[in-house]
Write a protein that binds this ligand. Structure first.
Ligand code: PHE
Length: 339
């Protein structure tokens, strides 16, 4: 038995042959080993221990011959077994955990650029009182910007707190007041955050969006500083050679007030062609003396500028995003593109 078994196992040329030989010689339910085991019953009693021992040794040797041949066959065809561990293979990159949201990325870039110009990033609350959203910003009681239809007032939240009505801030200019109330001049800060207005949502409007507020106050700060900071900022974010222009405008908290535009040559300008395209940045101006007074600054000693830009438009222009709603819908097919 043993000689035939080892010969058959050694002669097996494929895994199929080997399996056939295994069944013939080592099969548990039928097969020649089983027959041999059955025949042990007829061995005289006194010989049983020796014969049993010999039987077990044969069984072990045939089993090892099978294992050895199996290993040989695996190493010949197809190299190592499919489930063998090859420690020399390069590791598999971990599954991507996500992408940085384009707005988050824009916020980080804005902070870096203005940080280089000496502006510290600060934050303010999204739920505000009327003093910070309107009064201290020189917005009179009868000003249309206070219209309940233009704002999200939180009537329930204000009840019994003796603070007057609260609202979701409609502009980040609130942070100008908070910073100046708490810090003597000079100050140089930006504040990026959400603002809320009851607009009808479409491809270019949303009821919540981000603004970047900039504020610089000190002795001898002029409009030339404002234009220089905005120009340097736009060149860093939109590209060298970007020009900034001012158009006269009005805000209660700045005098004079401007709307700032950037002439942009970058990709995605679409209709702009070689001349580039004027991109609206937002409002800006020299801080009104009434505002400086409201926070306890001396308008005879210090002056300052402020600007407030919508962030979504910047981000959409820069990345060629055509619908503002994509920025809040969290469609993975959109987000994935920023990996
Ligand atoms: N807060 C103004 C707005 O939301 C923008 C602005 C900020 C204008 C600072 C002037 C100075 O439209």
């Amino acid at each position: 038995y043993e000689r035939e078994a080892t010969a058959a196992l050694a002669a097996a040329a494929t895994p199929e042959d080997l399996e056939a030989a295994r069944i013939e010689f080592l099969g548990k339910k039928q097969g020649r080993l089983r027959d041999l085991q059955k025949s042990l019953g007829s061995v005289p009693k006194e010989d049983k221990p020796a014969v049993g021992k010999a039987f077990n040794e044969v069984k072990t040797r045939v089993q090892s011959a099978l294992d050895a041949r199996q290993a040989e066959l695996e190493s010949v065809d197809g190299g190592p077994a499919a489930d063998a561990l090859d420690v020399t293979l390069p590791g598999r990159a971990p599954h991507a955990v996500g992408a940085v949201h384009p707005l988050t990325r824009t916020i980080a870039e804005f902070k870096t650029i203005l940080g280089r110009l000496g502006f510290a990033a600060v934050e303010g609350p999204e739920v505000e009182d009327e003093r910070h959203n309107f009064n201290a910003l020189n917005i009179p009681d009868d000003h249309p910007a206070r219209d309940p239809l233009e704002n999200f007032y939180l009537s329930a939240a204000s009840v019994g707190k003796g603070e007057g009505p609260l609202l979701l801030r409609s502009q980040t200019s609130t942070v100008q007041i908070r910073v100046m109330e708490q810090n003597p001049p000079p100050v140089r800060v930006i504040s990026i955050g959400r603002v809320y207005r009851p607009d009808t949502i479409d491809a270019t409007h949303h009821c919540q969006f981000h603004q970047m507020e900039g504020l610089m106050v000190g002795e001898g700060v002029t409009m030339a500083h404002l234009k220089t900071v905005l120009t340097l900022f736009c060149r860093a974010y939109l590209g060298e050679g970007t020009k900034v222009r001012f158009r006269p405008s009005f805000f209660p908290f700045t005098e004079p007030s401007v709307e700032a535009d950037a002439l942009w040559h970058g990709a995605g300008t679409g209709d702009g062609g070689a001349e580039g395209r004027w991109l609206e940045l937002g409002g800006a101006g020299m801080i009104d003396p009434n505002v400086l007074q409201a926070v306890g600054y001396d308008p005879e000693k210090v002056s300052g500028f402020a600007f407030g830009f919508g962030m979504e438009r910047f981000c959409m222009m820069r990345h060629g995003i055509s619908d503002i709603r994509l920025l809040t819908e969290n469609d993975v097919r959109f987000l994935k593109q920023f990996g």
